[in-house]
Ligand binder design. Structure first.
Ligand code: ATP
Ligand code: MG
Length: 428
Protein backbone atom coordinates (compact mmCIF):
# COMPACT_ATOMS: atom_id res chain seq x y z
CA UNK A 1 0.00 0.00 0.00
CA UNK A 2 1.46 3.32 -0.96
CA UNK A 3 1.43 6.21 1.48
CA UNK A 4 -1.43 8.55 0.59
CA UNK A 5 -0.84 12.23 -0.16
CA UNK A 6 -3.03 14.74 1.61
CA UNK A 7 -5.32 16.68 -0.69
CA UNK A 8 -5.17 19.86 1.33
CA UNK A 9 -1.55 20.46 2.27
CA UNK A 10 -1.20 21.71 5.83
CA UNK A 11 1.92 23.48 6.97
CA UNK A 12 3.08 21.26 9.78
CA UNK A 13 6.42 23.01 9.83
CA UNK A 14 4.65 26.09 11.21
CA UNK A 15 3.37 24.03 14.06
CA UNK A 16 6.08 21.54 14.56
CA UNK A 17 9.45 22.28 13.02
CA UNK A 18 11.21 19.16 14.28
CA UNK A 19 9.32 16.97 11.84
CA UNK A 20 11.52 18.06 9.05
CA UNK A 21 14.75 16.89 10.57
CA UNK A 22 14.49 13.18 11.28
CA UNK A 23 17.61 12.53 13.28
CA UNK A 24 18.56 10.38 16.21
CA UNK A 25 18.14 12.10 19.57
CA UNK A 26 21.22 13.97 20.75
CA UNK A 27 20.21 15.60 24.01
CA UNK A 28 22.50 17.66 26.17
CA UNK A 29 23.12 16.24 29.66
CA UNK A 30 21.01 19.03 31.20
CA UNK A 31 18.04 18.30 28.98
CA UNK A 32 18.35 14.62 29.71
CA UNK A 33 18.21 15.23 33.45
CA UNK A 34 15.21 17.49 33.19
CA UNK A 35 13.14 15.07 31.12
CA UNK A 36 13.78 12.08 33.32
CA UNK A 37 12.77 13.89 36.50
CA UNK A 38 9.47 15.29 35.22
CA UNK A 39 7.14 14.00 32.57
CA UNK A 40 6.60 16.44 29.73
CA UNK A 41 2.93 16.90 28.94
CA UNK A 42 1.14 18.02 25.83
CA UNK A 43 0.20 21.32 27.48
CA UNK A 44 3.88 22.02 28.19
CA UNK A 45 4.46 21.97 24.47
CA UNK A 46 1.42 23.71 23.07
CA UNK A 47 1.05 26.38 25.74
CA UNK A 48 4.58 27.67 25.29
CA UNK A 49 4.89 30.52 22.86
CA UNK A 50 7.85 28.96 21.10
CA UNK A 51 7.40 25.33 20.13
CA UNK A 52 10.26 22.97 20.94
CA UNK A 53 12.76 22.87 18.18
CA UNK A 54 13.01 19.16 18.31
CA UNK A 55 10.59 16.69 19.89
CA UNK A 56 13.42 14.26 20.41
CA UNK A 57 15.04 16.85 22.68
CA UNK A 58 11.85 17.25 24.74
CA UNK A 59 11.65 13.49 25.07
CA UNK A 60 15.35 13.01 25.70
CA UNK A 61 16.04 9.92 27.76
CA UNK A 62 12.99 8.12 26.45
CA UNK A 63 15.05 6.04 23.98
CA UNK A 64 12.61 6.74 21.18
CA UNK A 65 14.03 6.31 17.70
CA UNK A 66 13.22 8.87 15.05
CA UNK A 67 12.83 6.90 11.84
CA UNK A 68 12.51 8.04 8.27
CA UNK A 69 9.56 7.24 6.03
CA UNK A 70 11.97 5.49 3.69
CA UNK A 71 13.20 3.22 6.50
CA UNK A 72 9.63 2.33 7.46
CA UNK A 73 8.76 1.55 3.86
CA UNK A 74 11.72 -0.80 3.73
CA UNK A 75 10.80 -2.68 6.90
CA UNK A 76 7.12 -3.08 5.93
CA UNK A 77 7.90 -3.92 2.28
CA UNK A 78 6.30 -0.68 1.20
CA UNK A 79 3.30 -1.25 3.48
CA UNK A 80 2.44 -4.38 1.54
CA UNK A 81 -0.95 -6.00 2.04
CA UNK A 82 0.74 -9.21 3.17
CA UNK A 83 2.03 -7.30 6.19
CA UNK A 84 -1.32 -5.69 6.99
CA UNK A 85 -2.40 -6.23 10.62
CA UNK A 86 -5.55 -4.15 10.90
CA UNK A 87 -6.93 -0.65 10.76
CA UNK A 88 -8.55 1.69 13.25
CA UNK A 89 -9.42 5.38 13.40
CA UNK A 90 -5.79 6.49 13.11
CA UNK A 91 -4.99 4.48 10.02
CA UNK A 92 -3.61 1.13 8.84
CA UNK A 93 -1.16 -0.96 10.86
CA UNK A 94 1.52 -3.12 9.20
CA UNK A 95 4.00 -5.61 10.52
CA UNK A 96 7.69 -5.00 9.93
CA UNK A 97 11.03 -6.23 11.14
CA UNK A 98 13.82 -4.04 12.43
CA UNK A 99 17.39 -4.83 13.26
CA UNK A 100 20.73 -3.33 13.96
CA UNK A 101 21.37 -2.77 10.24
CA UNK A 102 18.51 -0.26 10.15
CA UNK A 103 19.84 1.70 13.08
CA UNK A 104 22.77 0.79 15.28
CA UNK A 105 21.49 -0.01 18.75
CA UNK A 106 18.12 -1.34 17.59
CA UNK A 107 17.49 -4.86 18.74
CA UNK A 108 16.30 -7.43 16.19
CA UNK A 109 12.54 -7.58 16.57
CA UNK A 110 9.22 -7.57 14.78
CA UNK A 111 7.35 -4.27 15.04
CA UNK A 112 3.92 -2.86 14.22
CA UNK A 113 3.96 0.35 12.16
CA UNK A 114 0.88 2.56 12.40
CA UNK A 115 0.45 5.04 9.59
CA UNK A 116 -1.78 8.10 9.90
CA UNK A 117 -4.54 8.03 7.31
CA UNK A 118 -4.28 11.53 5.90
CA UNK A 119 -7.93 11.46 4.88
CA UNK A 120 -9.10 10.12 8.25
CA UNK A 121 -10.58 11.78 11.33
CA UNK A 122 -7.47 11.68 13.48
CA UNK A 123 -4.39 13.72 12.89
CA UNK A 124 -1.27 15.34 14.19
CA UNK A 125 -2.71 15.97 17.65
CA UNK A 126 -3.50 12.30 18.36
CA UNK A 127 -0.10 11.31 16.98
CA UNK A 128 1.67 13.85 19.16
CA UNK A 129 -0.32 12.82 22.25
CA UNK A 130 0.67 9.21 21.66
CA UNK A 131 4.35 10.06 21.22
CA UNK A 132 4.39 12.24 24.31
CA UNK A 133 2.60 9.82 26.64
CA UNK A 134 3.93 6.49 25.40
CA UNK A 135 7.38 7.93 24.78
CA UNK A 136 7.71 8.61 28.49
CA UNK A 137 5.57 5.99 30.20
CA UNK A 138 7.10 2.54 30.46
CA UNK A 139 5.40 -0.42 32.12
CA UNK A 140 5.04 -4.17 31.43
CA UNK A 141 1.33 -3.60 30.76
CA UNK A 142 1.69 -0.69 28.32
CA UNK A 143 2.66 -1.41 24.75
CA UNK A 144 6.17 -0.18 24.03
CA UNK A 145 6.60 2.66 21.58
CA UNK A 146 9.91 2.09 19.81
CA UNK A 147 9.95 5.12 17.59
CA UNK A 148 8.11 7.52 15.36
CA UNK A 149 8.32 9.26 12.04
CA UNK A 150 7.24 12.80 11.26
CA UNK A 151 8.12 13.78 7.74
CA UNK A 152 6.24 16.44 5.86
CA UNK A 153 2.58 15.60 6.47
CA UNK A 154 3.27 11.93 7.25
CA UNK A 155 2.88 10.69 10.81
CA UNK A 156 3.85 7.15 11.84
CA UNK A 157 4.30 5.24 15.07
CA UNK A 158 6.45 2.15 15.58
CA UNK A 159 5.50 -0.24 18.39
CA UNK A 160 6.64 -3.58 19.69
CA UNK A 161 4.74 -6.27 17.80
CA UNK A 162 2.01 -8.01 19.79
CA UNK A 163 1.58 -11.52 18.29
CA UNK A 164 -1.98 -12.13 19.46
CA UNK A 165 -3.38 -8.82 18.26
CA UNK A 166 -6.20 -7.15 20.14
CA UNK A 167 -8.52 -8.57 22.79
CA UNK A 168 -11.40 -7.55 20.53
CA UNK A 169 -10.13 -9.91 17.84
CA UNK A 170 -9.48 -12.73 20.29
CA UNK A 171 -12.83 -12.46 22.00
CA UNK A 172 -15.20 -11.64 19.16
CA UNK A 173 -13.64 -12.81 15.92
CA UNK A 174 -16.00 -15.29 14.37
CA UNK A 175 -13.91 -18.39 14.10
CA UNK A 176 -11.49 -17.73 16.93
CA UNK A 177 -10.99 -20.36 19.62
CA UNK A 178 -12.77 -19.44 22.84
CA UNK A 179 -10.49 -17.95 25.48
CA UNK A 180 -10.44 -20.10 28.63
CA UNK A 181 -11.51 -18.58 31.93
CA UNK A 182 -7.99 -18.37 33.39
CA UNK A 183 -6.78 -16.49 30.28
CA UNK A 184 -9.66 -14.04 30.59
CA UNK A 185 -8.72 -13.35 34.19
CA UNK A 186 -5.07 -12.96 33.23
CA UNK A 187 -6.03 -10.42 30.58
CA UNK A 188 -8.33 -8.49 32.94
CA UNK A 189 -5.62 -8.42 35.58
CA UNK A 190 -2.90 -7.29 33.16
CA UNK A 191 -5.08 -4.51 31.75
CA UNK A 192 -6.04 -3.47 35.30
CA UNK A 193 -2.35 -3.20 36.21
CA UNK A 194 -1.71 -1.01 33.16
CA UNK A 195 -4.58 1.29 34.12
CA UNK A 196 -3.56 1.38 37.81
CA UNK A 197 -0.04 2.39 36.77
CA UNK A 198 -1.46 5.34 34.82
CA UNK A 199 -3.82 6.44 37.59
CA UNK A 200 -1.20 6.16 40.30
CA UNK A 201 1.69 7.79 38.44
CA UNK A 202 3.35 10.78 40.06
CA UNK A 203 1.57 12.83 37.44
CA UNK A 204 -1.61 10.76 36.90
CA UNK A 205 -2.93 9.98 33.46
CA UNK A 206 -6.54 9.35 32.45
CA UNK A 207 -6.53 6.91 29.57
CA UNK A 208 -10.00 7.76 28.22
CA UNK A 209 -10.19 5.04 25.58
CA UNK A 210 -10.18 1.78 27.51
CA UNK A 211 -11.80 -0.86 25.28
CA UNK A 212 -11.21 -4.35 23.97
CA UNK A 213 -9.59 -3.17 20.72
CA UNK A 214 -7.02 -1.13 22.64
CA UNK A 215 -5.86 -4.06 24.75
CA UNK A 216 -3.13 -5.88 22.85
CA UNK A 217 -1.97 -9.38 23.70
CA UNK A 218 1.50 -10.84 23.79
CA UNK A 219 2.17 -14.48 22.86
CA UNK A 220 1.47 -15.56 26.47
CA UNK A 221 -1.65 -13.34 26.69
CA UNK A 222 0.04 -10.63 28.70
CA UNK A 223 -2.25 -7.64 28.18
CA UNK A 224 -0.83 -4.26 27.21
CA UNK A 225 -2.66 -0.98 26.71
CA UNK A 226 -2.16 0.77 23.40
CA UNK A 227 -3.52 3.95 21.80
CA UNK A 228 -2.88 6.97 23.96
CA UNK A 229 -4.24 9.40 21.38
CA UNK A 230 -7.09 10.45 23.71
CA UNK A 231 -5.14 10.26 27.01
CA UNK A 232 -5.18 13.28 29.33
CA UNK A 233 -3.19 14.40 32.30
CA UNK A 234 -5.35 13.88 35.38
CA UNK A 235 -6.58 16.69 37.64
CA UNK A 236 -3.94 18.31 39.82
CA UNK A 237 -4.07 20.04 43.19
CA UNK A 238 -7.61 20.62 44.47
CA UNK A 239 -9.25 19.94 41.11
CA UNK A 240 -11.62 16.97 41.16
CA UNK A 241 -11.88 16.52 37.41
CA UNK A 242 -10.78 17.92 34.10
CA UNK A 243 -13.25 19.28 31.60
CA UNK A 244 -12.95 17.96 28.09
CA UNK A 245 -14.77 17.57 24.87
CA UNK A 246 -16.57 14.23 25.14
CA UNK A 247 -14.55 11.70 23.18
CA UNK A 248 -14.14 7.98 23.43
CA UNK A 249 -16.07 5.00 22.18
CA UNK A 250 -19.80 4.36 22.40
CA UNK A 251 -20.63 1.59 24.82
CA UNK A 252 -17.50 2.12 26.93
CA UNK A 253 -17.72 5.73 28.11
CA UNK A 254 -18.97 6.47 31.64
CA UNK A 255 -22.47 8.01 31.84
CA UNK A 256 -21.42 11.09 33.85
CA UNK A 257 -18.59 11.78 31.41
CA UNK A 258 -21.01 11.57 28.48
CA UNK A 259 -23.40 13.96 30.24
CA UNK A 260 -20.98 16.55 31.62
CA UNK A 261 -17.62 16.10 29.91
CA UNK A 262 -16.10 15.89 33.39
CA UNK A 263 -13.28 13.39 33.22
CA UNK A 264 -11.85 11.55 36.23
CA UNK A 265 -9.95 8.31 36.79
CA UNK A 266 -13.35 6.82 37.72
CA UNK A 267 -14.40 7.22 34.06
CA UNK A 268 -11.65 4.75 33.14
CA UNK A 269 -12.84 2.42 35.92
CA UNK A 270 -16.30 2.36 34.34
CA UNK A 271 -14.79 1.45 30.96
CA UNK A 272 -12.79 -1.27 32.70
CA UNK A 273 -16.09 -2.63 34.05
CA UNK A 274 -17.45 -2.79 30.50
CA UNK A 275 -14.42 -4.77 29.27
CA UNK A 276 -14.64 -7.09 32.28
CA UNK A 277 -18.26 -7.68 31.36
CA UNK A 278 -17.24 -8.43 27.77
CA UNK A 279 -14.76 -11.00 29.10
CA UNK A 280 -17.42 -12.64 31.27
CA UNK A 281 -20.17 -12.68 28.69
CA UNK A 282 -18.30 -12.93 25.38
CA UNK A 283 -20.63 -10.17 24.15
CA UNK A 284 -19.69 -6.80 22.65
CA UNK A 285 -20.51 -3.65 24.61
CA UNK A 286 -22.84 -2.63 21.80
CA UNK A 287 -24.20 -5.29 19.51
CA UNK A 288 -26.79 -4.02 17.08
CA UNK A 289 -27.52 -7.51 15.78
CA UNK A 290 -29.10 -8.54 19.11
CA UNK A 291 -32.72 -8.06 20.22
CA UNK A 292 -33.51 -4.54 21.43
CA UNK A 293 -33.12 -5.15 25.17
CA UNK A 294 -29.80 -6.94 24.68
CA UNK A 295 -28.16 -4.42 22.35
CA UNK A 296 -26.48 -2.53 25.18
CA UNK A 297 -24.44 -5.02 27.21
CA UNK A 298 -24.38 -3.03 30.46
CA UNK A 299 -28.15 -2.39 30.47
CA UNK A 300 -28.84 -6.05 29.77
CA UNK A 301 -26.34 -7.71 32.10
CA UNK A 302 -26.13 -5.37 35.09
CA UNK A 303 -29.34 -6.51 36.83
CA UNK A 304 -28.14 -10.13 36.77
CA UNK A 305 -24.58 -9.60 37.97
CA UNK A 306 -25.25 -9.61 41.68
CA UNK A 307 -27.63 -12.52 41.65
CA UNK A 308 -25.70 -15.84 41.80
CA UNK A 309 -28.76 -17.72 40.56
CA UNK A 310 -28.99 -15.57 37.44
CA UNK A 311 -25.29 -15.30 36.77
CA UNK A 312 -25.11 -18.30 34.46
CA UNK A 313 -27.50 -16.49 32.10
CA UNK A 314 -24.88 -13.85 31.40
CA UNK A 315 -21.76 -16.02 31.36
CA UNK A 316 -20.27 -16.68 27.93
CA UNK A 317 -21.74 -19.96 26.59
CA UNK A 318 -18.43 -20.52 24.81
CA UNK A 319 -16.87 -21.10 28.23
CA UNK A 320 -19.04 -24.22 28.34
CA UNK A 321 -19.31 -23.99 32.09
CA UNK A 322 -15.57 -24.28 32.56
CA UNK A 323 -15.09 -21.66 35.24
CA UNK A 324 -15.02 -21.63 39.03
CA UNK A 325 -18.39 -20.45 40.26
CA UNK A 326 -16.99 -18.45 43.13
CA UNK A 327 -14.47 -16.77 40.81
CA UNK A 328 -17.23 -15.86 38.36
CA UNK A 329 -19.35 -14.42 41.17
CA UNK A 330 -16.49 -12.28 42.43
CA UNK A 331 -15.62 -11.05 38.95
CA UNK A 332 -19.29 -10.26 38.26
CA UNK A 333 -19.65 -8.34 41.52
CA UNK A 334 -16.50 -6.42 40.66
CA UNK A 335 -17.88 -5.55 37.23
CA UNK A 336 -21.10 -4.41 38.91
CA UNK A 337 -19.17 -2.07 41.22
CA UNK A 338 -17.06 -0.65 38.37
CA UNK A 339 -20.27 0.01 36.43
CA UNK A 340 -21.92 1.99 39.21
CA UNK A 341 -23.63 5.11 37.92
CA UNK A 342 -22.09 6.99 40.84
CA UNK A 343 -18.36 7.45 40.11
CA UNK A 344 -17.48 7.71 43.81
CA UNK A 345 -18.84 4.22 44.44
CA UNK A 346 -16.56 2.66 41.84
CA UNK A 347 -13.42 0.98 43.18
CA UNK A 348 -9.93 2.35 42.53
CA UNK A 349 -7.88 0.31 40.06
CA UNK A 350 -5.60 -0.82 42.90
CA UNK A 351 -8.67 -2.35 44.60
CA UNK A 352 -9.67 -3.99 41.33
CA UNK A 353 -6.25 -5.66 41.20
CA UNK A 354 -6.67 -6.94 44.76
CA UNK A 355 -9.94 -8.62 43.83
CA UNK A 356 -8.68 -10.10 40.55
CA UNK A 357 -5.29 -11.31 41.77
CA UNK A 358 -6.57 -14.30 43.79
CA UNK A 359 -9.03 -15.26 41.01
CA UNK A 360 -6.19 -16.20 38.66
CA UNK A 361 -5.28 -19.11 40.94
CA UNK A 362 -8.73 -20.73 40.82
CA UNK A 363 -8.88 -23.42 38.18
CA UNK A 364 -11.23 -23.38 35.21
CA UNK A 365 -13.48 -26.16 36.46
CA UNK A 366 -16.82 -25.11 37.79
CA UNK A 367 -18.13 -26.67 40.97
CA UNK A 368 -21.83 -25.95 41.11
CA UNK A 369 -24.11 -24.91 38.29
CA UNK A 370 -23.02 -26.23 34.93
CA UNK A 371 -24.17 -24.91 31.58
CA UNK A 372 -23.95 -27.59 28.94
CA UNK A 373 -24.20 -27.29 25.21
CA UNK A 374 -25.80 -30.52 24.01
CA UNK A 375 -27.27 -32.01 20.91
CA UNK A 376 -31.00 -31.54 20.27
CA UNK A 377 -31.11 -35.17 19.33
CA UNK A 378 -33.69 -36.69 21.74
CA UNK A 379 -31.65 -39.82 22.49
CA UNK A 380 -28.71 -37.70 23.48
CA UNK A 381 -30.95 -35.59 25.69
CA UNK A 382 -32.30 -38.66 27.46
CA UNK A 383 -28.79 -39.97 27.85
CA UNK A 384 -27.70 -36.66 29.22
CA UNK A 385 -30.59 -36.59 31.75
CA UNK A 386 -29.73 -40.09 32.89
CA UNK A 387 -26.10 -39.11 33.25
CA UNK A 388 -26.99 -36.00 35.23
CA UNK A 389 -29.23 -38.04 37.55
CA UNK A 390 -26.54 -40.68 38.02
CA UNK A 391 -24.05 -38.00 38.83
CA UNK A 392 -26.36 -36.30 41.29
CA UNK A 393 -26.96 -39.60 43.08
CA UNK A 394 -23.35 -40.58 43.33
CA UNK A 395 -21.94 -37.17 44.15
CA UNK A 396 -20.06 -36.94 47.41
CA UNK A 397 -17.04 -35.08 48.75
CA UNK A 398 -14.47 -37.65 47.66
CA UNK A 399 -15.72 -38.29 44.17
CA UNK A 400 -16.07 -34.63 43.13
CA UNK A 401 -12.95 -34.52 41.05
CA UNK A 402 -13.61 -37.80 39.27
CA UNK A 403 -17.16 -36.75 38.70
CA UNK A 404 -16.19 -33.45 37.12
CA UNK A 405 -13.87 -35.19 34.70
CA UNK A 406 -16.60 -37.62 33.67
CA UNK A 407 -19.13 -34.84 33.15
CA UNK A 408 -16.67 -32.84 31.09
CA UNK A 409 -15.82 -35.85 28.99
CA UNK A 410 -19.44 -36.66 28.27
CA UNK A 411 -20.12 -32.98 27.66
CA UNK A 412 -17.26 -32.73 25.18
CA UNK A 413 -18.63 -35.64 23.21
CA UNK A 414 -22.13 -34.26 23.10
CA UNK A 415 -21.24 -30.64 22.47
CA UNK A 416 -20.04 -31.41 18.96
CA UNK A 417 -23.48 -30.77 17.49
CA UNK A 418 -24.63 -28.30 20.12
CA UNK A 419 -27.85 -26.50 19.31
CA UNK A 420 -29.53 -25.72 22.61
CA UNK A 421 -28.40 -24.89 26.11
CA UNK A 422 -29.76 -26.52 29.21
CA UNK A 423 -28.82 -26.18 32.81
CA UNK A 424 -28.37 -28.61 35.61
CA UNK A 425 -27.20 -28.14 39.16
CA UNK A 426 -24.66 -30.43 40.69
CA UNK A 427 -24.87 -30.67 44.46
CA UNK A 428 -21.74 -29.85 46.32
N1 ATP B 1 1.54 -3.33 18.40
C1 ATP B 1 0.73 -4.08 17.66
N2 ATP B 1 1.03 -5.37 17.42
C2 ATP B 1 0.22 -6.17 16.68
N3 ATP B 1 -0.94 -5.74 16.13
C3 ATP B 1 -1.30 -4.47 16.34
C4 ATP B 1 -0.50 -3.57 17.11
N4 ATP B 1 -1.12 -2.37 17.15
C5 ATP B 1 -2.26 -2.52 16.45
N5 ATP B 1 -2.38 -3.77 15.95
C6 ATP B 1 -3.46 -4.31 15.13
O1 ATP B 1 -4.00 -3.28 14.34
C7 ATP B 1 -5.39 -3.16 14.57
C8 ATP B 1 -5.77 -1.70 14.51
O2 ATP B 1 -5.29 -1.06 15.66
P1 ATP B 1 -5.67 0.42 16.04
O3 ATP B 1 -5.23 0.63 17.43
O4 ATP B 1 -5.12 1.36 15.02
O5 ATP B 1 -7.23 0.52 15.87
P2 ATP B 1 -8.43 -0.01 16.77
O6 ATP B 1 -7.97 -0.08 18.20
O7 ATP B 1 -8.94 -1.27 16.18
O8 ATP B 1 -9.50 1.10 16.60
P3 ATP B 1 -9.53 2.52 17.32
O9 ATP B 1 -9.14 3.49 16.29
O10 ATP B 1 -10.93 2.66 17.73
O11 ATP B 1 -8.56 2.49 18.45
C9 ATP B 1 -5.64 -3.81 15.93
O12 ATP B 1 -6.90 -4.39 15.99
C10 ATP B 1 -4.57 -4.87 16.01
O13 ATP B 1 -5.06 -6.06 15.47
MG1 MG C 1 -6.77 1.04 19.06
Amino acid sequence: MAVKKRKMMMKWQDYFPSCFKPESPRPSPDQKKQSSSRRVSLSDLSSSSTLPEDLSVSLAGSNLHVLTLHELKVITQNFSSSNFLGEGGFGPVHKGFIDDRLRPGLKDQPVAVKLLDLDGKQGHREWLTEVIFLGQLRHPHLVKLIGYCCEEEHRLLVYEYMPRGSLENQLFRRFSVSLPWSTRIKIALGAAKGLAFLHEAEKPVIYRDFKASNILLDSDYTAKLSDFGLAKDGPEGDDTHISTRVMGTQGYAAPEYLMTGHLTAASDVYSFGVVLLELLTGRKSIDKSRPQREKNLVDWARPMLKNPRKLNRVMDPRLEGQYPEIGAQKAATLAYQCLSNRPKLRPKMSQVIKVLEPLKDLDDIQIGTYVFAISTDSDSQKEFSREAKRNKDTMNENSQHQHRQRIQESHRNKAKSSLVFIETTILR
